[in-house]
Design a protein around this ligand. Structure first.
Ligand code: SF4
Ligand code: SF4
Length: 446
């Protein structure tokens, strides 16, 4: 086997408008080619459940090789992929420009797109992808929705599992009574004496912060105002990561057009765009330009988008931060989310937290196992906990009172993993890194 490429990885645009993209026979042929390379390589054996499933298929076949495996049996390998991108970004030496041209996550995506085109995608999984519709409805009836989806509710959760396949034990995001945009009507007063004064940024709220956890957005806005940054809040639509996971690429393309056109005027006026969730930042920066490579608004948005931790760390490096940070009591275990790693920007969440003086920071850089709506489904929840067990174990060993992750789904999932391993021991508090940073500034209570 040829040695891996030493050049920076390149990702090819997705050929999703070509009918050949959805041809299952062609997809299975390509899967066989790529799976055979992986079978010989095995570097990714512990990244997720997809690779163990693939290697078991080959090892348990009559010849011990993939030639003896029916391509129809490849589906469980695809089903276990959360599209975290870690194999492509961190392990694989055979990604383009290497001649093997190996992009494992995009092959899994192509298979799902073909299933979606054939109407084979699970209807409940599809319903879960409608984050804007669900978020608007859930926020309107937040107390009832939160009661019904609470995992301690012994009446509704078994029903939800039986009717919709949502794992009874899985922690589900709570709905906010007031959305981030409703709470962000009054911009915080900008500190004109801060070194970063003069910067302007628009916060792309993301469906999660808009409908579930406005506290992340409020914390980000308070930190930025304290550091002299004038901010606006915008939320034209969800970035479409859930639709991407379901293989509905045309829907993602439509969202990319809508959001990039809506944010264009801010960029024209000198604002940078900040995405508050790493999966959404990854979509704006990397996935959308691969889906619509010829769209100038999408390209320009990608060039002007930052992840929130990346943006604050950039202020610290370039102009310097406004004073006022004080130590957090105890330490923080910071989980580096897969979609933050996939942005190829370094460990910005840990760099951010290390700016807080006299505070112990322990970093865990492994997949939490959650995988968006994938991890809450009945057939996946136990696998999601298994994949995340090393992260939970590290958090227990670190004995810190805080667990932070930029991924707002990963953090509660890690806590569920800790709960399983540590039994009745007191659980750490989970928070987004910017919430802890705002706390260290004394900008939020706690
Ligand atoms: S993208 Fe993530 S989940 Fe999918 S195969 Fe690669 S490492 Fe596994
Ligand atoms: S994705 Fe690349 S690194 Fe991972 S097992 Fe396959 S060939 Fe090896």
């Amino acid at each position: 086997m040829a040695e891996g490429s030493l050049e920076a990885p390149v990702r090819h645009p997705l050929d999703w408008q070509n009918p050949e993209f959805y041809d299952m026979a062609a997809i299975e042929k390509e899967m066989h080619r790529i799976f055979d390379i992986c079978h010989g390589c095995r570097r990714c054996f512990n990244l997720c459940d997809s690779f163990p499933r693939l290697f078991d298929l080959a090892d348990n076949s009559p010849t011990g090789e993939l030639d003896a495996v029916d391509p129809k049996d490849y589906k469980p390998v695809v089903d276990a992929c959360t599209l975290c991108d870690l194999c492509f970004m961190t392990k694989c030496p055979y990604v383009p420009p290497h001649e093997f041209n190996l992009d494992f996550p995009h092959l899994m995506l192509r298979y799902r797109a073909a299933e979606f085109a054939q109407g084979k995608t699970d209807k409940v999984a599809q319903a879960l992808t409608h984050t804007d519709r669900n978020g608007k409805l859930g926020s309107l009836v937040a107390p009832i929705a939160n009661w019904a989806t609470d995992r301690n509710n012994a009446v509704t959760r078994p029903m939800l599992q039986a009717m919709a396949g949502v794992a009874r034990e899985a922690e589900l995001p709570k709905y906010a009574v007031q959305t981030f945009q409703q709470q962000a009507l009054d911009a915080p007063k900008v500190n004109r004496n801060a070194p970063g004064f003069g910067r302007k940024a628009v916060l792309y709220a993301t469906c999660f912060v808009e409908f579930h956890d406005p506290g992340i957005g409020l914390a980000a806005r308070a930190i930025l105002a304290h550091n002299g940054v004038e901010t606006e809040v915008a939320y034209p639509a969800c970035c479409g990561m859930p639709q991407l996971e379901a293989g509905n690429i045309a829907d993602v393309a439509e969202r990319a057009r809508t959001v990039s056109q809506a944010l264009k005027r801010y960029i024209d006026e000198g604002y940078e765009v900040i995405a508050l969730v790493p999966s959404c930042a990854l979509m704006l920066k990397f996935e959308w330009p691969l889906i619509l490579p010829d769209d100038p608004d999408v390209k320009r948005l990608a060039e002007h988008t930052s992840d929130i931790s990346e943006y604050i760390v950039a202020i610290a490096k370039k102009e310097g931060l406004a004073p006022g940070l004080a130590a957090l009591p105890g330490g923080v275990t910071v989980h580096i989310a897969c979609h933050a790693r996939a942005q190829n920007m370094g460990q910005k969440a840990s760099e951010l937290l290390r700016l807080i003086p006299d505070t112990k920071i322990d970093v865990v850089e492994r997949c939490s196992g959650h995988g968006g709506s994938w991890g809450v489904m009945e057939g996946n929840f136990e696998v999601a906990l298994k994949v995340g067990r090393p992260v939970a174990r590290s958090a227990i060993n670190n004995e810190n009172p805080f667990v932070a992750s930029e991924c707002p789904l990963a953090a509660p999932h890690i806590l569920q993993g800790i709960e399983k391993l540590a039994g009745d021991a007191p659980l750490p508090t989970h928070a987004h890194p910017v919430e802890l940073f705002a706390r260290a500034y004394g900008l939020v209570a706690g």
